[in-house]
Design a protein around this ligand. Structure first.
Ligand code: WT7
Length: 655
């Protein structure tokens, strides 16, 4: 059912190490007693409403939930503004001087922004957006690095009711163009460049190429990272400068009162087809989920904590657990622009020490890299400020978990392994650090109010210990409301496999203690360094190259990335199977989609294993690529294809 070999699953499930919350942690935790699970169970709608009440509403809702499966409306009739939750209410409460962000650029430049300064900045950007003709319901695409101006622009869009869509600044011009076109964005906000591993990444030229074919884009608002990056490239025809548009604006701007169900943002993620899905999140429910989960999972103490989530705002983790959740809670955060190993592999730990970070949230792929770089890097630094650690994005192998606990957490910090998705908007399965006994490698149990089930192929429920398809059986406030411009795809992708239940696309197992173990995707989606990529997307990219007749892509196990794409390629006549062409194809995919999608390997083959009905058997390709004994081949049209492939792959491995 999953990509994981049976032995790995068995070892995972024989995990008997378990860590109860340390007594001191429990005594101060925001959630201390398992009773909240019972309460939330008895009245889950009431539970969520109690969190919504902690937001500042312009008008209270009339109904908590209107559920016409699979369409949910939360806090019906309520009105609020998302930026007010993150800024105005803290400033009004006299907390304007609290630090919102400690920003550090890769070259070492530092800026500290208080909540009051963020509010002023957001209002200026909001006024600037209005001056460019952007208003409620308009779409704005953001293509920016990790700088405070990105968070400001997100909140400025929210302030005026424009629907923002952040595109991770590692995506290619084509990927950016596709997203701008899909949402008919009126405005693109971008930066000229950013720093990564000591080099300047030229973001402006990516935008320049992308907007050439985007007729909807009226203006491109360009923020300069500084250091004279701007002067190097020619202007984009629609370009206007941040300092001209935003600079002169007043520092107040009345927030637009939005309906709880008005869209807040669109965020694209890969599905099983070649075309990414624009996941739509709305205002009231999304914020309720972000507020509640941040407060309980990260145990946020806004007066004293310094929280650092190392994700990029271009992914859902950054939306929910940098911008909206932590800011709605009013906590101080660290934001870092660059690479974890620049100028040296201890950069993160140096930042933890400098800013006295207390809550740290990162991804397994990063933890594996830290392990590989060596214990001496964290050991050099005083990490005693840390009190809680988190992980997200992919299953964490127990050894990496144990390393994280020891080398980073000093065996004193609980670890929250949080399972969720772009679509769920917020954390769904996770320990609560003052309550749950954690187990290395397990995301443990659903967040209060969330109900999960494991289902068999036929839809029957797996009760007790056992494995199955992971589904969510109730609506939750921060759930996606649909796919931008494609209602049918929403119903088909998430709600048709098991009618009336949300199918996440993951397989999972429940152990004898009731803890859940996420086993990975069960569809043609792979998880590369915690990011989702579809095999189809990479295949379409490969076949767009003139040399390629046919391609099949699979995700293979990778030591650092979790999974990595490998492409099996049939060439057109007249092209030779050279190392140089393989390299060109890898680069071609990176240019077409983004560096993340670059195949680890390209295997040339005269044939692909197919079923009699012509479907490529990716499972077999995976076995070949992972050097495993090949599974059941009885449905294969031509079994000899595989032997050829295996040889091809082994030869490739040797050289
Ligand atoms: C997929 C969602 C949620 C933000 C980052 C990724 C995998 C996520 C875990 C975890 C095991 C995990 C799942 C999920 N995943 N967190 N703690 N343990 N797997 O967001 O790109 O929407 O991907 O990431 O496969 O379906 P995304």
């Amino acid at each position: 059912m999953t990509n994981q070999p049976q032995e790995t699953i068995d070892t995972l499930l024989s995990e008997e190490r378990s860590f109860a919350p340390p007594a001191e942690f429990q005594a101060q935790a925001n959630a201390q007693s398992a009773e909240i699970y019972t309460q939330a169970e008895q009245d889950w709608q009431g539970w969520w409403a109690s969190w919504a009440e902690q937001l500042q509403w312009d008008k209270k809702w009339e109904q908590v939930l209107d559920w016409q499966a699979p369409y949910a409306k939360w806090f019906v009739g309520g009105k609020l503004n998302a930026s007010v939750q993150c800024l105005d209410r803290h400033v009004q409460a006299g907390l304007g001087n609290r630090v919102a962000f400690y920003f550090e650029g890769e070259p070492g430049d530092q800026r500290t922004l208080s909540y009051a300064e963020m509010l002023e900045g957001v209002c200026q950007v909001a006024n600037g957006l209005k001056s460019l003709g952007v208003g409620k319901g308009d779409r704005v695409t953001l293509y920016m690095p990790m700088v405070p101006e990105l968070a400001m622009t997100v909140l400025a869009c929210a302030r005026i009711g424009a629907i923002f869509s952040v595109v991770f600044a590692g995506f290619s011009p084509t990927s950016l163009k596709d997203r701008i076109q899909d949402q008919s964005a009126k405005l693109v906000v971008c930066a000229d460049g950013c720093w990564r591993r000591g080099k300047v990444l030229d973001l402006k030229s990516v935008v320049q190429q992308a907007v050439k074919e985007c007729t909807s884009v009226e203006k491109v608002l360009l923020w300069s990272r500084g250091q004279g990056l701007r002067s190097e490239s020619a202007p984009i025809p629609q370009e206007v400068a941040w300092e001209d548009v935003v600079g002169p604006q007043p520092t107040t701007c009345p927030p637009e009162s939005m309906d709880a169900e008005d869209p807040l943002f669109i965020l694209y993620t890969s599905g099983t087809t070649g075309k990414p899905k624009g996941i739509v999140h709305t205002t009231g429910g999304y914020l309720t989920g972000a507020l509640a989960t941040s407060k309980l999972v990260f145990d946020l103490k806004p007066e004293t904590d310094v929280y650092w989530c190392t994700a990029d705002i271009g992914w859902i983790t950054g939306h929910s657990y940098i911008v909206f959740g932590p800011m709605a809670n009013g906590v101080s955060q660290v934001m870092y622009e660059g690479a974890p190993n620049h100028p040296a592999p201890d950069r993160f730990w140096q930042l933890v020490e400098t800013y006295r970070v207390s809550v740290f949230y990162t991804a397994p792929t990063a933890i594996r890299a830290f392990m590989k770089w060596g214990d001496e890097h964290p050991s050099k630094h005083d990490l005693s400020s840390l009190r809680l650690l988190g992980t997200v994005g992919e299953p964490i192998n127990p050894e990496a978990w144990m390393w994280y606990q020891k080398q980073i957490g000093g065996e004193r910090c609980p670890i929250v392994d949080t399972w969720w998705q772009t679509e769920t908007g917020g954390i769904m399965i996770t320990p609560l650090p003052g309550i749950t006994a954690t187990v290395p490698g397990s995301a443990t149990t659903p967040f209060p109010g969330i109900e999960t089930k494991l289902l068999r192929e036929d839809g029957s429920e797996v009760e007790g210990a056992g494995g199955g398809y992971l589904v969510l059986t109730r609506p939750w406030p921060s759930m996606l409301r649909g796919i931008w411009g494609d209602a049918k795809r929403y119903e088909e992708t998430y709600w048709s496999r098991f009618p009336g239940k949300y199918f996440a696309g993951d397989g999972a197992k429940r152990d004898a203690h009731g803890n859940l173990w996420i086993l990975g995707r069960v569809d043609d989606v792979m998880n590369v360094s915690g990011h989702r990529l579809s095999t189809m997307e990479i295949e379409s990219s490969l076949v767009a190259h003139p040399a390629v007749a046919e391609a099949a892509v699979i995700g293979i196990a990778h030591e650092l990335k979790g999974q990595a794409p490998v492409g099996f390629v049939i060439l057109r006549g007249g092209y030779d199977q050279t190392q140089q062409l393989a390299e060109e194809l890898r680069q071609f995919v990176a240019t077409e989609i983004g560096g993340l999608a670059r195949p680890e390997n390209i295997i040339f083959t005269p044939e692909l294993p197919k079923t009699r009905s012509g479907k490529i058997m990716r499972r077999l390709l995976r076995d070949v690529a992972e050097g495993k004994a090949v599974g059941d081949v009885t449905t294969l049209a031509d079994p000899t294809v595989l032997q050829g492939l295996q040889k091809e792959y082994e030869d490739k491995e040797k050289c």
